[in-house]
Design a protein around this ligand. Structure first.
Ligand code: NAP
Length: 285
């Protein structure tokens, strides 16, 4: 289906996509491009890509599918570097965790919105990064959200959808704004809470003792605080308004729990905890 796939940023997400598509036999050739030759050479050695170029113009030449899998803050620069070299018939998509900022960056980088651009976001990942962390089954059974624009070419949309389905993902569509609101609540807020909690504990005087006695619950709750700090800084700055709005709502709810504890209101605590347990049990089923 894809003759030449060019991936900008062959890390966890870009590398896993390449592996999944190669395993499915969907691509004739996969070309990688990023800043470090060492990382790209490693990607060839691991069998993730066929070849690479450090020159974005050369990397994108002849590509019929282009995937932007770089950090959010780097999307605009990559677009600017390929604007005069991208085949006008090529489909181009991204994997960024916030969509409004990527749409703005793509429009700015290209000088106008390319018709072949289909914003996308795989709801899959781990706390690890880099090509060595990539694996072909990362997207299997996971959701991929596409947020097509009014300008998006219907053929490009179909091609990007099929590409993700080939990885075993379930593809859904929604608006850019809705995506950013939903992800602020379900992904961005939990990551902020994990980073914030671990940082807060780490700065306490008794931190050695706290971490010595931390057990499974602490490990479960804070796993995502091992995620890439640069990526999460970019996400916070890129989806600022939606994140601020869910933080405000969460702060109100935390105040309610604080009040219940200080007033010794066990009924209130039980009501909150039972509602939360039922919701999580349903989610896990
Ligand atoms: P990653 O493993 O760190 O990979 C990012 C890659 O981008 C690296 O291989 C890096 O290679 C390259 N890169 C960085 N800056 C660049 C630049 N200015 N120009 C060209 N290449 C550049 O990160 P990731 O987890 O795959 O995340 C990539 C994207 O996926 C992000 O936009 C993120 O929002 C999105 N995403 C992540 C997850 C997740 O759980 N990790 C989930 C869904 C979506 P060099 O060092 O060689 O340049």
């Amino acid at each position: 289906m894809i003759r030449r796939l060019t991936i900008f940023g062959v890390g966890l997400i870009g590398g896993s996509l390449a592996l999944a598509l190669r395993q499915a036999g969907t691509c004739q050739e996969v070309v990688g491009c990023s800043r470090s030759e060492g990382h790209l050479r490693q990607a060839v050695e691991l069998g993730v890509i066929d070849r690479y170029s450090l020159d974005p113009a050369e990397a994108v030449a002849g590509a019929d599918m282009v995937v932007l899998a770089v950090p959010l803050g780097a999307m605009g620069g990559v677009c600017e570097s390929i604007r005069d070299h991208l085949d006008p018939e090529a489909a181009i998509t991204d994997v960024g965790s916030a969509k409004g900022s990527v749409v703005d960056a793509v429009r700015e980088g290209f000088g106008e919105m390319p018709h072949g651009f289909v914003p996308g976001h795989p709801i899959a990942g781990t706390e690890r990064s880099g090509v060595a962390a990539a694996f072909p089954t990362l997207f299997q059974g996971r959701r991929v959200i596409l947020t097509p624009l009014e300008t998006t070419d219907i053929g490009a949309l179909a091609k990007v959808r099929t590409m993700w389905e080939e990885t075993g993902a379930v593809v859904e569509s929604m608006s850019v704004a809705h995506h950013d609101e939903v992800l602020a609540a379900t992904s961005h807020l939990p990551h902020l809470l994990a980073f914030g909690l671990v940082d807060s504990l780490a700065r306490m005087g008794e931190r050695d003792e706290i971490f010595r006695y931390a057990a499974g619950g602490f490990r479960d709750f804070t796993r995502i605080a091992s995620s890439d700090p640069v990526m999460w800084r970019d996400i916070c700055l890129s989806n600022r308004e939606a994140i601020l709005s869910v933080i405000a709502r969460y702060q109100d709810d935390l105040n309610m729990i604080t009040r219940a504890i200080s007033q010794g209101d066990g009924d209130r605590l039980l009501e909150i905890f039972q509602r939360a347990k039922a919701a999580r049990d349903r989610f896990c089923e």
